[in-house]
Ligand binder design. Structure first.
Ligand code: GDP
Ligand code: MG
Length: 170
């Protein structure tokens, strides 16, 4: 039979890295150049079928600004999965992503599946974060890593699909 598995998922990462754009791409298949800044957090829900099972993602898209930082635990506590997003053209956003990973490891649920997404992979000519560096970091810290582009629709469904697969295996 077709089981439905609910999974709370949170996106964390610096403002402007493309968290909302990744969600918009995954949920609606769309991209906008002038995505409005998220205030507080936004909620979306989207199902994904993997083999004969269905994962219903309950997605919390957080704002990323420092002034909302104290709210973050509400979203990552009890989360089945977290996607930590940085922008491959912005080294500071990668540093910030590592801080989020540390916080999740210290305060979050040890069973949370963690993904590291290096977004804006379409902007190769402006790259500041080498893919190898992020990949090594992810391996050393128990995350899986993909470079994504919400704009070009590269690896966006794949990140969610990989999370769903791991959830259903776990
Ligand atoms: P958030 O603050 O992390 O939610 O980031 P947004 O989703 O609001 O995106 C910030 C800006 O980056 C917007 O102008 C988006 O259009 C742009 N953006 C998001 N994802 C991509 C991407 O994959 N490639 C490019 N070139 N721009 C992107
Ligand atoms: Mg946003």
């Amino acid at each position: 039979g077709n089981k439905i598995r609910n999974a709370k998922l949170v996106l964390l990462g610096d403002v402007g890295t493309g968290k909302s754009s990744l969600v918009l791409r995954f949920v609606k298949g769309q991209f906008v150049e002038f995505q409005e800044s998220t205030i507080g957090a936004a909620f979306f829900s989207q199902t994904l079928a993997v083999n004969d099972e269905t994962v219903k993602f309950e997605i919390w898209d957080t704002a990323g600004q420092e002034r909302y930082h104290s709210l973050a635990p509400m979203y990552y506590r009890g989360a089945a999965a977290a996607i930590v997003v940085y922008d491959i053209t912005n080294a500071a956003s990668f540093t910030r992503a590592k801080k989020w990973v540390q916080e999740l490891q210290a305060q979050g649920n040890p069973n949370t599946i963690m993904a590291l997404a290096g977004n804006k992979a379409d902007l190769l000519e402006a790259r500041q974060v080498p893919a190898e560096e992020a990949k090594t970091y992810a391996q050393e810290n128990g995350l899986f890593f993909m470079e994504t582009s919400a704009k070009a629709a590269t690896n966006v469904n794949d990140v969610f699909h990989e999370i769903a697969k791991r959830l259903l295996e776990g």
